[in-house]
Design a protein around this ligand. Structure first.
Ligand SMILES: CC(C)(COP(=O)(O)OP(=O)(O)OC[C@H]1O[C@@H](n2cnc3c(N)ncnc32)[C@H](O)[C@@H]1OP(=O)(O)O)[C@@H](O)C(=O)NCCC(=O)NCCS
Length: 146
């Protein structure tokens, strides 16, 4: 992911999330040197993207998103497997992520990859005047494992 991708990313982000990241957040992630990836299809159409941070043996998935019209075709799995490969290559031991309690598709994807719930953050996400809890998931990476 490079700055040139951000306009196309924002077009997907706004359609995929009720509370999308701003363009500034993506630009800050790139400036900070986070591990950002885009999945491109024919004619370089943006199918999806993902952002990971890594530090001292831990990684955090900050965003993984597939364009609504391309969902349920395995691309979310491709992006997540790629992030896990990157994390493993950086000797990460544990990968963490937060997900809205109501986000069934994402929870199903993470569970299928072996992530397990380790806690929750109350009122972590905005939700129309109220706040929604985040579930915190983790996956331990082993040298030859998933
Ligand atoms: C979550 C998301 C990235 C999944 O991407 P995807 O490309 O549709 O997922 P895949 O096709 O790779 O599906 C992999 C597995 O995830 C689960 N899954 C994905 N979408 C699902 C759905 N709508 N309902 C139930 N399970 C689902 C299934 O277990 C699926 O495996 P299967 O196809 O063998 O049943 C996608 O729904 C998305 O971009 N959502 C909006 C953004 C978002 O919420 N991101 C996560 C923030 S924490």
């Amino acid at each position: 992911m490079v700055a040139l991708h951000v306009p196309a990313i924002m077009a997907v982000e706004r359609r995929a999330y009720e509370f999308p990241w701003t363009e500034g957040v993506f630009r800050d992630c790139l400036r900070a040197g986070y591990s950002g990836w885009v999945l491109l299809g024919r004619s370089d159409a943006l199918l999806g993207y993902a952002v990971l941070t890594m530090a001292v043996g831990e990684a955090h998935v900050l965003n993984v998103c597939v364009a609504p019209e391309h969902q349920r075709r395995g691309y979310g799995g491709v992006l997540m497997h790629h992030l896990l490969d990157i994390a493993r290559a950086h000797a990460v031991g544990t990968v963490f992520l937060e997900v809205r309690r109501s986000n069934g598709p994402a929870i199903a994807l993470y569970s299928q990859l072996g992530f397990h719930p380790i806690g929750e953050r109350r009122g972590y996400y905005p939700d129309d005047g109220r706040r929604e809890d985040a579930l915190v998931y983790a996956l331990e990476l082993t040298a030859g494992g998933r």
